[in-house]
Design a protein around this ligand. Sequence first.
Ligand SMILES: NC(=O)c1ccc[n+]([C@@H]2O[C@H](COP(=O)([O-])OP(=O)(O)OC[C@H]3O[C@@H](n4cnc5c(N)ncnc54)[C@H](O)[C@@H]3O)[C@@H](O)[C@H]2O)c1
Length: 264
Amino acid sequence: MSERSAADEARIADLTCVVTGAASERGIGRGVALALAREGRPLALLDLDQAGLATAADAARTAGSPHVVTARVDVADEASVDAAVSAVEQEPGAPAIGALVCCAGIANPTPFLEMTSENFLRTLSINTLGTFHLAQRVLPGMLEQGLGRIVAMSSTAAQDGGGNFSTSAYAASKAGVEGLIRGLAKEVAGTGVTTAAIAPANIDTDIMGGRLEGERREEFVARTPVGRLGTTEELGELVSFLVGPHGGFTTGATYNLNGGLRVG
Ligand SMILES: NC(=O)c1ccc[n+]([C@@H]2O[C@H](COP(=O)([O-])OP(=O)(O)OC[C@H]3O[C@@H](n4cnc5c(N)ncnc54)[C@H](O)[C@@H]3O)[C@@H](O)[C@H]2O)c1
């Protein structure tokens, strides 16, 4: 294998970052989109929620993204993913796809004995298979250009079984994301494509059955060693590094962003 040049990776800054799950107003995908927009990155924002996408696109343009395209997608549906990514690729003036950040996901608080196969599979279809669908669809273009970054949201639940709100199906779906990210890192090693998982916990969004307010918020804060909840801005800045010009020497790793809830 010939030696790759770190400087060559600066090209990533001009390529489009695809962010799934960007519609949720207080969500992680939105935080990621805004952090990347502040860096002047071209964006493709994907989500089920079309109205939320329009607001997200406006916010990203205002924050500094030079090119924002949106596409409705159901990440669980391979044909829908293919159509959405094709729309992004065919958008006039859109730079090629350089990065994928998978933030679309659902929680699942169902107790184990009440879980049906359908319920279990739905969680895996969105959280795990959704990541696979997106990564498989964008990878050929990244391999062709010899440069790409794939980042996916796992969860502390993958490591400790969860219990904050979600239960076993969610933990299994996120453990699957981490395995996929590690396996893919090895399969594409040396091609210029790198991968990463982020395992957050206690980020202040609405995924845990609604807003964290009042006593429930106090409980979450009390359980978080650093003494507060995390922000989507902090998560966005971590992604910004991973998909930026200096993020190319890390691959296959899981980054914990959990306020010390689980260390190691
Ligand atoms: N907030 C946290 O503390 C936390 C902790 C661990 C992991 N995560 C993970 O981070 C990711 C984002 O979570 P969040 O807190 O921003 O949640 P959120 O509910 O605010 O946002 C999730 C987004 O995903 C979209 N979505 C759901 N199903 C979809 C589908 N089938 N196709 C396309 N889009 C779909 C929703 O429309 C929404 O915009 C999720 O994968 C979640 O599991 C969050």
